[in-house]
Design a protein around this ligand. Structure first.
Ligand code: DGL
Length: 272
């Protein structure tokens, strides 16, 4: 048993989309969440910058004595996972991409192979990480990807239930889905579950795959295997930090933690 919190981070509010699944599957766990809302989006930055930001955040989470780190950011997972694991060899660090890639491979054993689309940030798409991991295990799975860099700034601004978001979705996805006759779409950025309802309404036949829910299963397996699950007596608050305490950050915190009263929100910015 290990009652220390789990460290969770993203470039902004995106990583919060794993919280409802985390609370459902692992209700005794407490989290220290960091959202780098002042420096988002990461997905159009250079890898050197993303790595530097990730080190700052991971160091900060470690200073809170976290037992594990969940990188709930595809962009960081695609580019910095190995570097982070080398920097902190004694703590399990789980990225959001691998669990999703493993699920795609598992599903393909039982279903007819159909082309799968991946949408993400420029950096994630350029890395080719999803198709590399999937096709290493099953080269017959056809995958296509598309960068959608405007989604994240709109979501961080809270522009979701809105015509502007719908138009942006049409702009990026209409031709992409049609051209490859896609039946499944990986939401390869943890911000995208916030536009799930828009996507379902605009493309009702498309199955959406959500890696930020998938990572929680992996976390549960690892904590169980290492006997590191928190006990039922584990009380205390969830701590959520952001580099800019925007209105939208508070809004999303309320949304994902629902009526959980034990959530403390604080400001933390790093020196440039
Ligand atoms: N939510 C993140 C991801 O999964 C980062 C998006 C961004 O900052 O560009 O890629």
């Amino acid at each position: 048993m290990d009652n220390r919190p789990i460290g969770v981070f993203d470039s902004g509010v995106g990583g919060l989309t794993c919280i409802p699944t985390l609370q459902k599957l692992l209700p005794n766990e407490r989290v220290v969440y960091y959202g780098d809302t002042a420096r988002t989006p990461y997905g159009s930055k250079t890898i050197d910058t993303i790595r530097e930001f990730s080190y700052q955040i991971a160091d900060y989470l470690i200073s809170h004595d976290v037992k594990m780190i969940m990188i709930v950011c595809n962009t960081v997972s695609a580019t910095c996972l190995d570097a982070l694991r080398n920097r902190y060899p004694n703590i399990p660090i789980i990225g959001v991409v691998e669990p999703m890639a493993n699920r795609i491979v598992r599903d393909a054993k039982n279903e007819e192979n159909k082309p799968i689309g991946v949408i993400g940030t420029k950096v994630t798409v350029k890395s080719g990480i999803y198709s590399t991991l999937v096709r290493k295990k099953n080269p017959n799975i056809e995958m296509y990807s598309k960068a959608c860099p405007v989604f994240v700034p709109l979501i961080e601004e809270g522009i979701v239930k809105n015509e502007i978001m719908d138009l942006t979705i049409h702009y990026y996805l209409d031709d992409f889905i049609k051209e490859h006759d896609l039946k499944k779409l990986v939401l390869g950025c943890t911000h995208y579950p916030y536009i799930k309802k828009n996507l379902k309404r605009l493309y009702p036949d498309l199955e959406l795959l959500n890696p930020s829910a998938e990572i929680v299963n992996e976390v549960k397996e690892i904590l169980t295997a290492r006997d590191m699950l928190a006990g039922e007596d584990n009380v205390g608050e969830h701590q959520c930090y952001a580099s800019d305490l925007s209105e939208n950050f508070y809004h999303m915190i309320n949304l994902v933690f629902e009526d959980d009263k034990d959530v403390k929100v604080s400001f933390k910015k790093f020196n440039e």
